[in-house]
Every structure is written in C-alpha cells, then in structure tokens.
Design a binder for this molecule. Structure first.
Ligand SMILES: CC(C)(COP(=O)(O)OP(=O)(O)OC[C@H]1O[C@@H](n2cnc3c(N)ncnc32)[C@H](O)[C@@H]1OP(=O)(O)O)[C@@H](O)C(=O)NCCC(=O)NCCS
Length: 190
C-alpha cells in the first residue's frame, strides 16, 4: 500500500464523542443587532466534534503481538503465526496508538488476489474499522478478490456482502478445529 491513510470514522459510532465547549463573549460588546449580548454573558454552547481518526498503514514487526491478541480474541478467524503475515500485504487499523484490526492478503496471479485473514478486536467492532481496512485494500487491487469464510460465521458473511462480495460456492470440510465447510466469496475490483 502507499501512504498511510487517515480516515474519519462515522459519526454515530459508539465511541464518537462530542465536546461541549462553553463560549463566552470577550471584550466590551454592546447589546445591539450585530452583537446582541452583554459583555461576559454566556452566549451559547458550541458543539465541537472530536472526530475519531483511524489510520490504516502497512503492518510492521512491532504490530505482531497485538495482531496475535486480536486473532486469539477472534476464534472465527483463521489463526496464523502472526509473523507469517509480514511476507504478504499486511495492513493494520490503528486507533489511539492501538492496533484495532488487521487485514492480510496476497496476490495469487495477475488480476487475482486473496484475503488471507481479517479481524477487528471485539471492542472495536461495528465502528467501520473492518470496512476501512477492506476498502483500503480493494482500492489498491484490480480484478478478482477471493476469500473463504466459515459457513457458520454469519457476522463475517454479512460484513463481506455489505461490501459487495458475492457467495460463490461451498467447500465441504475446508476447516479443521472445528471441522466446517467454507463459503467461497468473490469481489470484482475495477
Ligand atoms: C467481520 C469483522 C472483521 C467486521 O469488522 P467490523 O469492523 O466489525 O465491521 P464494520 O463495522 O466495518 O461493518 C461494516 C458493515 O458490515 C456489516 N456487518 C458488520 N458486522 C456485522 C454483523 N455482526 N452482523 C451483520 N452485519 C454486520 C454491516 O453492514 C456493517 O455496516 P453498519 O455497521 O453500518 O451496519 C469483525 O466482525 C470480526 O473481526 N469478526 C471476527 C473475525 C472474523 O470472523 N473474520 C473474518 C474471517 S473470514
């Protein structure tokens, strides 16, 4: 991926906060049409939005412990030795200096890539972080993007569908521990 991307996360996210900063008029303002308040009078409360910022950047060795912890907390996701991701396209979503999620992908052939894993820490889910990671990847690739997801992982299946992935086929006995079929999903990136 190119330069780090900083993304404004949707305003209705659970951790979105607004600071209410009281504003006071300073100076000797007269009460007239242009300045209809007395000096020192509390005039209004300005709502100042503190937009939570999310940074998407390439994953690095310093991120591996946090990536491993997210995997441990995400049993529905694949479980790789975290260091293995460094040889692929690894992206992390960083919020307040914490790795909140990661995506690992690889190019399989020209015009074809594969998502190896994607997970967001449970406490950061449903805030648009997974979408931000995936959109960061999809805008950098062209052609078909494939992934496998456990058939029981309805949350992830809904997530991928919301991004435009389509369910292609069922691969029986694809996963072990616990054994389960995989749904193969595909996205076409123009
Ligand atoms: C799948 C996963 C990565 C989604 O990440 P996320 O940051 O929570 O997802 P987002 O907040 O970006 O969701 C984007 C959209 O996807 C859909 N979506 C996400 N989670 C969903 C859920 N649990 N149920 C239904 N739809 C869901 C919604 O349309 C959502 O938009 P909305 O919040 O405006 O309704 C996350 O749930 C996760 O880490 N799961 C465990 C690991 C895993 O299963 N990985 C997939 C391996 S194949």
């Amino acid at each position: 991926m190119g330069k780090n991307q900083v993304i404004e996360i949707k305003e209705n996210a659970p951790n979105y906060t607004k600071l209410v900063r009281p504003k006071f008029r300073l100076g000797g303002a007269k009460r007239d049409a242009a300045s209809p308040v007395k000096w020192g009078e509390r005039t209004r409360c300005a709502r100042v939005a503190r937009i939570p910022m999310l940074e998407i950047r390439p994953g690095e060795p310093r991120d591996l412990a946090e990536i491993a912890a997210i995997q441990t907390a995400s049993p529905a996701a694949a479980a790789w030795p975290a260091a293995d991701y460094l040889q692929y396209d690894l992206r992390v979503a960083v919020r307040d200096n914490r790795v909140a999620g990661f995506l690992a992908a690889r190019t399989v052939a020209e015009g074809e890539s594969e998502i190896l894993n994607l997970a967001v820490a449970p406490e950061f889910r449903r805030r648009g972080f997974g979408r931000a990671l995936m959109e960061s990847f999809l805008k950098d690739v062209r052609g078909a993007v494939f992934l496998e997801v456990r058939s029981s992982n309805s949350d992830a299946r809904e997530f991928y569908k919301s991004l435009g992935f389509q369910e292609l086929t069922l691969r029986q006995n694809y996963y072990a521990d616990p054994p389960e079929a995989a749904i193969v999903m595909k996205f076409h990136s123009c």
